[in-house]
Design a protein around this ligand. Structure first.
Ligand SMILES: Cc1ncc(COP(=O)(O)O)c(C=O)c1O
Length: 385
């Protein structure tokens, strides 16, 4: 595809045949036919374990190596530093527990209130278990811009965990600047790129991340998680593992047998993104649709969009005056529009923004979102005036 053709992109998604306008992408994107077929095909290959002797062994080996290479290219990492796991949450709990082997009282860990809980609780839990101190970085409750990390860094900071983009407000914090400040203080940096990677190109080095996590099910792939890091850094870490399991990197970090069929799906998802012009093309498409949506919402005084970050993903949290979020969600569903209501595990963010545990209605644009769908949404919201 030379120019991004949303009609052609949409033809790859069987789920769109139901005619629903899907604004629930931040919870997990729809899956192109190619990805579903890759998973199904791989399941019929009879793969049991990686090896070089039999055809099924070779296929398991090639599938694993291929998925590492695909993800590495996708996030600017070395394939030997790509770890697969059940989910970002599981990988982050494992990583936090591993890093905390080296922390103790007096050490400090920075988490942000803008983050999804998957990039908060693993660090808080691990820090508290070893007596390390947790420092919280806030954000402006009105704009949803992250506060200055310099205010929480000290010479005892061991790790800074920061989101690449907020799954609640869409804020894209200045991750590289945060990482540079953290590194200057001698800390490691973990970037939760789960939401960001669904909307923009992601590069481990350009972000300044030591560790980056993401979840292919947010960008057309199957449900699993990815941790990327410099293999040399992973070599220095010693996660809990079984005695007979491989001590090599990255296998050392992968508990149990990998889901080969899902790895085949990861490679297919990355290939699909490449086939539509890459994440930059997707980002440009989404930015265009977002501009239309923001313009239209600005003309609806009864609709309040929370946050106004300068740099953002096309994910909006909104309220309609006089209506609960659930009423709005149900109203939209009645019009064939899917936009969920909640705080989406960004609980600290919802509370800090004054929204309690309830959050709001989340409208997430996706690579398959059209101007027409945005117009349908705006019309449905306008009817609630
Ligand atoms: C920003 C962000 N971080 C982390 C997660 C958790 O990812 P996983 O479901 O792979 O654990 C999500 C899931 O919605 C998310 O949006």
């Amino acid at each position: 595809m030379t120019t991004y053709d949303v009609v052609q992109v949409r033809s790859a998604f069987p789920a769109l045949a139901d005619g629903l306008a899907r604004f629930d992408g931040p919870g997990g994107s729809l899956v192109p036919r190619q990805v579903a077929e890759a998973v199904a095909t791989a399941m019929s290959w009879g793969m049991c374990q990686r090896g070089s002797l039999t055809e099924p062994e070779r296929r398991a080996e090639e599938t694993t190596v291929g998925a590492r290479a695909a993800m590495a290219a996708h996030v600017g990492a070395d394939p030997r530093g790509v770890v697969f796991g059940r989910s970002m949450t599981a990988l982050t709990f494992d990583l936090a527990r591993t890093l905390a082997q080296d922390w103790g009282p007096g050490d400090e860990v920075v988490v942000t209130r803008l983050d999804h809980d998957g990039d908060i609780r693993p660090w808080v839990t691990a820090a508290e278990r070893v007596g390390a101190t947790v420092r919280w970085l806030g954000f402006d409750p009105v704009t949803a811009e992250l506060d200055d990390v310099a205010t929480v860094l000290t010479e005892r900071t061991r790790l800074v965990a920061v989101t690449g983009a907020s799954n609640l407000f869409g804020t894209r914090p200045p991750v590289r600047a945060v990482a540079e400040a953290a590194h200057a203080a001698g800390a490691l940096v973990h970037v939760d790129a789960v939401h960001l990677a669904a909307h923009a190109p992601v590069d481990l080095t350009a972000l300044g991340a030591d560790f980056l996590t993401c979840s292919p099910y947010k960008f057309f792939g199957p449900h699993l998680g990815v941790l990327a890091a410099d293999p040399a850094l992973l070599e220095t870490l010693h996660p809990d593992k079984l005695l007979p399991s491989s001590d090599a990197v990255p296998e050392r970090f992968e508990l149990g047998t990998l889901p080969y069929e899902l790895l085949a799906g990861v490679s297919a998802a990355v290939a699909f993104i490449d086939s539509v012009g890459g994440m930059a093309a997707i980002e440009a498409h989404e930015d265009g649709v977002l501009a239309r949506l923001l313009d239209a919402l600005a003309a609806l005084p009864h609709v309040r969009v929370h946050g106004s970050p300068a740099r953002r993903t096309p994910t909006l949290l909104l309220h309609v005056d006089g209506r609960t979020g659930d009423e709005v969600r149900v109203h939209l569903a009645g019009q064939g529009i899917v936009a969920p209501n909640g705080s989406f595990y960004a609980l600290e963010a919802s509370r800090h923004a004054g929204l309690g545990d309830d959050g709001g209605v989340r409208v997430g644009l996706a690579p398959y979102t059209t101007d027409g769908e945005v117009d349908r949404l705006v019309t449905a919201l306008a009817a609630l005036a």
